[in-house]
Design a protein around this ligand. Structure first.
Ligand code: NZQ
Ligand code: ZN
Length: 389
């Protein structure tokens, strides 16, 4: 039966030049006297491509302070630093300029502003997230959907953990998505980001809910968009149509829309988060490596129909033998990632077999995968990781 709650609140401004709305959005959504703006950004790409300058130009008259140097797989230490700055300046709003790492850090800083103890507590226990400063996200990479969702994923460099937390209060009040901001992305980040979009879609599509017909068809549309436009964006990084469709796909893939009517644990993300925690790998690369191996591992007589639906509706593969069609769909997925020059084995990214069991154990300690599309235990996860070598 199709029964669900769907909560959205992000004022989304999509298209070239939408940065002109920044001041309006800050004035609309900031708390207090709307003067004190905390900028959060990463390692400097926004200074090279001119985005930083246009943000500053659109915040004239505001009291702006900054937290910069957020790393991919963002660290809790940077979030602690950001909370201190936000408290000192009495921030009214946070403007996050970047991708998932920056926006997730902004979410944690925004909650940390109202939290008196260590922000890591809110990663371990999402119930501790109460009040949150308003966030305006300016997206610069199409990948996580963080610009319109309730998640934050954080690395604790002291404990070696990478964990997600979540709150409706985290959902940005506004997001500016200008596809031209993606023009400066390196090919590797473009491809990894798209693999992440596709993985979010797979995690919600490979579920056992036959009544969510519409959600499934939207998911297939997102996948087809990625498969069509990623090669175009890679060969012509300034193709507006390709960048725009990938950017919109990233938001749609993880703003709750395609999970309407779906339930159950995700499979590849929990495994990838351990790869990132142990080896600091690029999230989308880890997912591209794991996904086809996970697909082959869970393909069986019970799951074959879903894989046939995928192969047929996304790749147009047909045939009489269900298993062959399903396998052809998985092969096409792997070939797509390979053609887009994503490293497709763990060894290629410097990971050997020495910590596979440890990662599998950490994965089951941090997640309950018994409600996944196919339930996975520690041995299953170790086997999938072995297949990735
Ligand atoms: O730091 P700078 O210099 O800005 O460079 C970044 C960074 O090195 C670069 N970049 C971003 N926009 C650019 C650009 N370079 C040139 N031009 C641009 N326009 O890209 C690199 C990666 O940035 P990052 O923010 O890490 O990428 P992404 O958006 O893929 O975020 C990944 C993080 O989000 C988490 C991941 O686990 C990972 O920590 N996730 C967050 C989710 C969420 N909030 O819902 C869900 C996801 O499944 C995921 O777990
Ligand atoms: Zn992801």
């Amino acid at each position: 039966m199709l029964n669900f709650n769907y909560y959205v609140r992000t004022d989304l401004r999509f298209g070239e030049g939408q940065i002109r709305c920044l001041e309006e959005l800050v004035d609309k959504y900031a708390f207090g006297d709307k003067k004190n703006v905390l900028l959060v950004y990463g390692g400097g790409s926004i200074k090279k491509n001119g985005i930083y300058e246009s943000v500053i130009d659109n915040l004239k008259g505001k009291n702006v302070k900054e937290v910069s140097g957020v790393l991919p797989n963002p660290r809790i230490s940077k979030i602690r630093e950001g909370v201190n700055i936000a408290k000192e300046m009495k921030a009214d709003v946070i403007v996050a300029i970047g991708g998932g790492s920056v926006i997730d850090s902004a979410k944690m800083i925004a909650a940390g502003y109202y939290y008196d103890n260590d922000p890591w507590d809110m990663v371990l226990d999402a119930k501790k997230i109460k009040e949150v400063l308003p966030i305006v996200a300016i997206l610069t990479i199409a990948a996580t959907g963080s610009e319109m969702n309730k998640n934050a994923v954080v690395t604790n460099e002291e404990t070696g953990e990478k964990l997600g937390t979540s709150s409706k209060e985290f959902i940005p009040r506004a997001a500016i998505c200008d596809p031209t901001y993606l023009y400066s992305l390196p090919a590797s980040q473009t491809a990894a980001g798209t693999a992440d979009i596709m993985s979010h879609t797979f995690e919600q599509y490979f579920r056992k809910n036959e009544s969510a017909y519409l959600s499934n068809r939207i998911a297939e549309g997102v996948l087809k968009t990625c498969i069509h436009y990623l090669p175009i964006a890679l060969s012509n990084p300034t193709d507006y149509e390709a960048r725009a469709n990938l950017m919109w796909a990233s938001t749609v893939a993880l703003n709750s829309l395609i999970s309407c009517g779906m339930s159950g644990a995700w499979s590849c993300h929990p495994i990838e988060h351990e790869l990132s925690a142990f080896y600091d790998v690029t999230h989308g690369v880890g997912l591209a490596i794991i996904t086809p191996r996970w697909m082959r591992y869970v393909l069986n007589e019970e799951t074959v129909d879903k894989f046939v639906e995928y192969a047929k509706n996304v790749f147009g593969i047909t045939g009489d033998d269900k298993m062959s069609v399903a396998n052809a769909g998985i092969d096409a997925t792997e070939k797509f990632f390979l053609d887009c020059k994503i490293p497709m084995t763990l060894r290629e990214i410097g990971i050997d077999d020495s910590k596979l069991r440890e990662m599998a154990e950490a994965c089951v300690a941090h997640n309950n995968l018994s409600s996944a599309f196919v339930p996975l235990d520690v041995n299953d996860i170790e086997n999938i990781l072995k297949d990735c070598l």
